[in-house]
Design a protein. Sequence first.
Length: 183
Amino acid sequence: MGKKAELYTLYPISTPWIYNGTTVLHFGLGGTGILIGYGFAGWLGILFGVLYLVFAFGEMYLLMPLKVCPNCDYFPLANARCVSAVNLLSRRIARPGKTSEFGKRAEGIFCPNNLYMVSLFIPIVAVIPALILSFSLSLLGVLLGLVALLVFRFFVIFPKLGCLHCLAKYICPQAASMGARDL
């Protein structure tokens, strides 16, 4: 029988930098792709790009800290830092929740988990038709970059850096779906 992965109360500082760097790059590249791809639509393209950026950053850095983080194992712990370090922001803007409510992050069509996934997939889905309507190598590069960041998130960040070492993996539906609870 193999050794279980170490659970981190305080993730190494490099992990939140990698997590948030990837997130900000993904959202920024996504917004740029929408702006470039729909530039032919004038102000509508700009509006779509800006709305995407507001949605994506708001979901990750406002909704998550207000709705998800207060129920996480990391929220009440002094000197704790989760994989994204968003628990640190959450402690400043939210009231403590209940860990028994943490699983609700994945319940319902507009749950925080689904909105997070939508924020990652919107630019990919939006750039594909833009490529068809107005092909450019730069837009193709944006699409390939977005796909690479998504693959990196799903195959490196979540399973190897994040969920594997997370204190909340035993109550987290995302960790359960990835099989991280057994590692």
